[in-house]
Write a protein of this length. Structure first.
Length: 196
């Protein structure tokens, strides 16, 4: 009879304490998970805003046509090392019109100057075609010229002007640089470059 008066195991003090400890552990994990989930959601929202801010900054940082042109010409103008090192570039962009002036301070020969000018004009006009805000692109090369009396002056040696309509007509994949004088809205080169 003594055995029948014994309480069932779920009413024993050690079982009740075990249940309380397990309940506290489960409740603690639930609250910890919800805190962790809250932190994860907050981080996700923050990173989404940061990505939007980076995207907006990327749009705002897009370089202007004159910056594109100046960087391109600084990298590509010149046939010889001397021509590449001895040049000054100025570029302006206003109301859709881009004008680039290259001042070659030392030139090896008229032939290399003409080749460098046409190659760079090709790259410049191609990049301006790809920029939709450009309505007119002007390319000017200046170089030191010596007159018969031995006087040296920096003068224009090549000027190429193209409108948006002309740029849109050109397929630069198959365009020959020697055709600038035919297709440009305005083309001029100094007699020194033509060999006359």
């Amino acid at each position: 009879m003594a055995e029948n008066s014994k309480d069932p195991f779920y009413q024993q003090w050690w079982f009740i304490i075990l249940i309380i400890i397990l309940a506290i552990g489960i409740i603690e994990n639930v609250f910890d998970d919800s805190d962790h989930a809250r932190v994860e959601r907050a981080n996700a929202i923050t990173s989404a805003f940061q990505e939007e801010a980076v995207n907006e900054e990327t749009v705002e940082i897009k370089p202007a046509p004159d910056e594109i042109a100046a960087n391109l010409i600084k990298k590509r103008f010149g046939s010889t090392k001397e021509e590449k090192e001895n040049k000054q570039v100025s570029a302006e962009y206003e109301s859709g019109v881009v004008e680039v002036i290259i001042k070659a301070t030392k030139v090896s020969t008229a032939k290399t100057l003409k080749r460098a000018s046409l190659n760079t004009a090709f790259d410049y006009m191609k990049s301006m075609k790809d920029h939709p805000n450009v309505t007119q692109a002007t390319f000017i090369v200046q170089a030191p010229l010596t007159d018969p009396f031995g006087n040296v002056e920096t003068e224009d040696v090549m000027i190429i002007l193209m409108s948006r309509e002309t740029l849109d007509k050109i397929n630069f994949q198959h365009f020959k640089k020697s055709n600038f004088n035919t297709v440009a809205d305005s083309y001029w080169e100094h007699p020194t470059l033509t060999g006359k």
